[in-house]
Design a protein around this ligand. Structure first.
Ligand code: ADP
Ligand code: MG
Length: 397
């Protein structure tokens, strides 16, 4: 994707003395007292801010936090805890500025944090007047917030339309690069794993990937519906029989391209949905009326692992079983380890997928872990994210 990169602007010496407005994603989880319980996003936002400071810019940073009501600031909406953490990480004072839309005082070499941008009236609706005012605050706009790249809001879209220069920050650029590498010019074979609980939530993703990938591995509750479509009995397992036609269409679309949707050959079943339910491994065609399929079986896991070892590119979204329960976690663990061991460039995303990656400690062995849940899934759906779209447009002139 062709965008102006902030790192390039810095390297070209175009940032010194300029007013730089960074839209970061500092939306951290907090406890009841407002204390930050997990600061990954703050740490991930530091490189861009540091880059701007080192380049001699006057730096303004903003983000949303939580779900405030526009036009009605409440103390719990404040970015104050973030300002404090950011100060520690940057080793310098980070002044927090409220009511900043009509003007911000900041000198080159300084950084200020602008209060929760979702408190501003018109932010969510991408109001043009608000966007123009914010654009007037800066010479260079930097979007470094991938997590909100699928939303067209005043700080993610409108400001990029009107700012003198609109660029992608290093975090956003890394996401663009990883996704482009994985989906636009992938090393083949391109293997996607789409798993998790329901076909309905991922039908668009399945359809979109069915046009691109060489193997579409389905798992979890999604695989159950595909097993039904393949004529297998799945007992009481989670499935969506009304989506059988859609599953069949995906299988047909893949077959027409000479690609495949591997159907499990064995499964792990239980009689109840519980962590302590006894687990039984069965052939895929031997599932009883009262069985619940809660994981792929060891043979299936080994077959899939072999395909992952041969892959050139792997895209992973969704655990292939109820990995929260130990007895039904082995399929997901096997997939995770196979991805980690594969030479393929791998990219993974999704809330539960990230939890599985953390559980098996394979963070370092995945080519790219996407930080944006919703944004990542929308890219898999084949959508052009608004934040990318406007940055591309601005780069074209
Ligand atoms: P992600 O958040 O990574 O996109 P999903 O939310 O779609 O993934 O799916 C994850 C959930 O799917 C997990 O909570 C897991 O327990 C559940 N799941 C996986 N396999 C099954 C299955 N066979 N039956 C019921 N639930 C399943
Ligand atoms: Mg989930």
């Amino acid at each position: 994707m062709n965008v102006i990169r902030f790192t390039d602007l810095c390297a070209q010496g175009k940032v010194a003395g300029q007013r730089v407005f960074i839209r970061a994603d500092l939306n951290v989880p907090q406890d009841d007292t407002g204390r930050i319980t997990e600061d990954t996003r703050v740490r991930a936002s530091v490189p861009c801010i540091q880059l701007a400071l080192d380049a001699g810019a006057a730096v303004m940073v903003t983000s949303h936090l939580g779900r405030p009501t526009e036009g009605a600031f409440k103390p719990e909406d404040s970015l104050a805890p973030v300002a404090e953490r950011l100060s520690e990480l940057l080793g310098r004072e980070v002044r927090l500025v409220a009511d900043w839309v009509d003007g911000v005082e900041v000198q080159p070499g300084q950084v200020v944090l602008l209060e929760n941008c979702r408190v501003n009236k018109g932010e969510k609706k991408n109001d043009e007047t608000l966007a123009k005012k914010m654009a007037a605050l800066c010479d260079i706009y930097v979007n470094d917030a991938f997590g909100t790249a699928h939303r067209a809001e005043a700080t993610t879209y409108g400001i990029a339309q009107f700012a003198k220069i609109a660029s992608a920050g290093p975090l956003l650029a890394a996401e663009i690069d990883a996704i482009t590498k994985a989906l636009a010019q992938p090393a083949r074979p391109l293997v996607a794993i789409v798993a998790g609980s329901k076909v309905s939530t991922k039908l668009t993703i399945l359809k979109s990937l069915a046009e691109k990938v060489d193997q579409l591995i389905v798992g979890g509750g999604i695989a159950n519906t595909f097993m039904l479509a393949a004529g297998l009995s799945i007992g009481k397992s989670l499935a969506e029989p009304d989506l059988l036609d859609q599953a069949t269409a995906v299988i047909e679309a893949m077959r027409a391209r000479g690609a495949a949707v591997p159907i499990p050959v064995d499964v792990v079943t239980a009689k109840t949905f519980a962590a302590d339910a006894p687990a039984t491994v069965k052939a895929a065609d031997a599932v009883a009326e009262d069985d619940l399929i809660l994981d792929i079986g060891p043979k299936t896991a080994e077959l899939l692992a072999a395909q992952l070892r041969e892959a050139g590119t792997i895209v992973w979204n969704g655990p292939v079983g109820v990995f929260e329960f130990e007895a039904f976690s082995h399929g997901t663990e096997a997939i995770a380890r196979a991805i980690a061991d594969s030479k393929a460039f791998s990219i993974a995303g999704g809330g539960d997928t990230l939890a599985a990656i953390a559980k098996y400690g394979i963070e370092k062995d995945v080519g790219y872990i996407s930080t944006g849940g919703g944004a990542f899934l929308e890219i898999l759906e084949g959508k052009t994210l608004p934040a990318f779209e406007i940055l591309t447009k601005r780069a074209a002139g």
